[in-house]
Design a binder for this molecule. Structure first.
Ligand code: MV4
Length: 495
């Protein structure tokens, strides 16, 4: 450990740029890696140096541990930030770093492995007094055992892959008759996706909310939580809209869930930034679902309500510094919302719609932040996650943050690909969102919010951007003629 002076960012797109921005603020040099498909990407241009790590396909580049370790050595980087996705939750990268004397900006390899096994994590949580969903102790070994457990906890149940996460290898079972087929299907899926056929069974929660707690832990064993985010609006097991704090939260529940989140982190000797995901049922009971051992896509909403820079905190922790605050010093300020702008077609089950973004101008304003992977134009390659950017707004209240989001999405000018912008805008204007009637089934329960939208043309987006520009230049703050008139008349500026 010790001072970090050069960080290699083992990632691409908006998160690579986000991390580099903090590096710049802290006076740390940044090293980009890129695949052949990303040669012209913004994250390559923004970095102090950049290394090609292989061809377009992720397995050959952003997941290529050998090439990445070689880039670390060649650049002389003393630390690696993995971002999210790719190698961020592979214990191998953390392990390789510690063997090579490179600082991994993330938790110890052991914490990654124990939380990566969803069944092991469940057992660990149970022994540390963190509530888990009623279900099996370990893996189910045969059909009879599965039927017995399901009978005891009551149908419907969920068969989940031990190595799973993100909804893969998950099967709902409504009755005993369905058990045999559900088990073999879940096993088959888990086997081909993870090479691990172990399955466990949980009570199926009908309409849960997804509430997660951000935690920070230092190497001295101190741990705090940075409150919660609600991420119930998802499609294909991928989050789309998040907010902090959760609209359904009470002070009492927050205190209990926050304490459970801290216990969860301490149970696996966690160090760094992490997230404990919970499901909350209609009765307000909460259950541990999984722990994410990385910085998450939706971290900016937490940054807005706490005033912290989570990447800077990660770097401080990785340098061996102790947390600069205690739990008591942390408070929630206002409300923040994130809408993810993906190159996808919402009307076609949100299938990816990659391609060339021919025009891109992001909104600005008080309480508006945009983390984007490209500037005025660029490609959304087919090889990776089609996330283009994230629009994050802050307000004193949920209503103010929503209003700012509505205008920010209207001012977002983008052409060339179909995006989730319009869909997010309709969600923001819906009564269900206003009344915070949220659950993990939100997207399915609101088909009226889906709409066929054409691919926006470059001309239309450029015209919209020009109109916005005109409104800005016509403002009394920037119009020079208005200023001159007031100066001549000797008036003080009162507008
Ligand atoms: C559940 C559940 C209901 N009951 N477990 C989805 C992703 C994976 N990490 C676990 N998931 C779920 N587990 C029980 N016992 C419902 C889901 C779920 C879900 C959870 C959070 C956010 C969105 C979701 C969408 C569908 C299902």
């Amino acid at each position: 450990m010790g001072r970090i002076s050069k960080i290699l960012i083992a990632n691409r797109g908006e998160i690579a740029l986000r991390i580099m921005r903090t590096c710049k603020v802290l006076g740390i040099r940044s090293v980009a890696i890129y695949s052949e498909a990303d040669r012209g990407s913004a994250h390559v241009a923004y970095a102090d140096e950049a290394y090609c790590v292989g061809p377009a396909r992720s397995v050959n580049s952003y997941l290529n541990l050998e090439r990445i370790m070689a880039a670390i050595h060649e650049s002389g980087a003393d630390a690696v930030h993995p971002g999210y996705g790719f190698l961020s939750e592979r214990a191998e990268l953390a392990q390789a770093c510690s063997e090579q004397g490179v600082i991994f900006i993330g938790p110890p390899a052991e914490a990654i492995s124990s939380m990566g096994d969803k069944m092991l994590a469940r057992q660990l949580m149970h022994t540390h007094d963190v509530p888990v969903i009623p279900g099996t102790e370990g893996a189910v070994t045969d059909l009879d055992e599965a039927l017995e457990i399901a009978d005891r906890i009551g149908y419907p149940v969920l068969a989940k892959a031990a190595a799973g996460g993100g909804g893969k290898g998950m099967r709902k079972v409504d009755s005993a008759q369905e058990m045999k087929q559900a088990l073999s299907r879940a096993q088959g899926e888990a086997g081909s996706a993870f090479g691990d056929t172990r399955i466990f069974i949980e009570k199926y929660l009908e309409t849960p909310r997804h509430v997660e707690f951000q935690i920070l832990a230092d190497a001295d064993g101190s741990c705090v939580h940075l409150f919660e985010r609600e991420c119930s609006i998802q499609r294909r097991h991928q989050k789309l809209i998040e907010e902090a704090p959760a609209a359904c939260m009470t002070e009492e529940l927050r205190a209990r869930m926050g304490a459970a989140a801290v216990r969860a982190a301490q149970a696996c000797n966690y160090v760094g930034a992490g997230t404990i995901e919970f499901l909350v049922d209609e009765a307000g009971k909460f259950y541990f679902m999984e722990m994410n051992t990385r910085l998450q896509v939706e971290h900016p909403v937490t940054e807005y309500i706490t005033g912290l820079d989570l990447v800077a905190e990660q770097i401080r922790i990785a340098e061996g510094k102790t947390l600069p605050f205690t739990q008591d010093a942390l408070t929630i300020n206002g409300h923040a919302i994130e809408c993810r702008i993906y190159a996808e077609d919402p009307a076609a089950n949100f299938i990816p719609n990659p391609g060339a973004v021919t025009f891109h101008q992001v909104p600005v304003g008080v309480g508006v932040r945009v983390d984007a992977g490209l500037q005025t134009e660029g490609d959304i390659p087919i090889h990776y996650d089609p996330l283009i950017s994230k629009v994050i707004t802050w307000g004193r209240t949920r209503e103010e943050a929503t209003q700012r989001m509505i205008f920010a999405l209207e001012d977002y000018c983008i052409a060339g690909v179909k995006t989730t912008r319009g869909y997010c805008h309709r969600v923001m204007e819906s009564a269900a969102w206003r009344d915070a009637r949220l659950s993990t089934h939100f997207v399915d329960e609101h088909p009226e919010l889906l709409a066929e939208e054409p691919v926006p043309s470059t001309e239309a987006a450029a015209a919209a951007a020009a109109l916005l520009q005109r409104q800005c230049t016509a403002s009394p703050l920037t119009d020079r003629s208005a200023w001159r008139t007031r100066w001549r008349k000797g008036q003080s500026s009162t507008r």
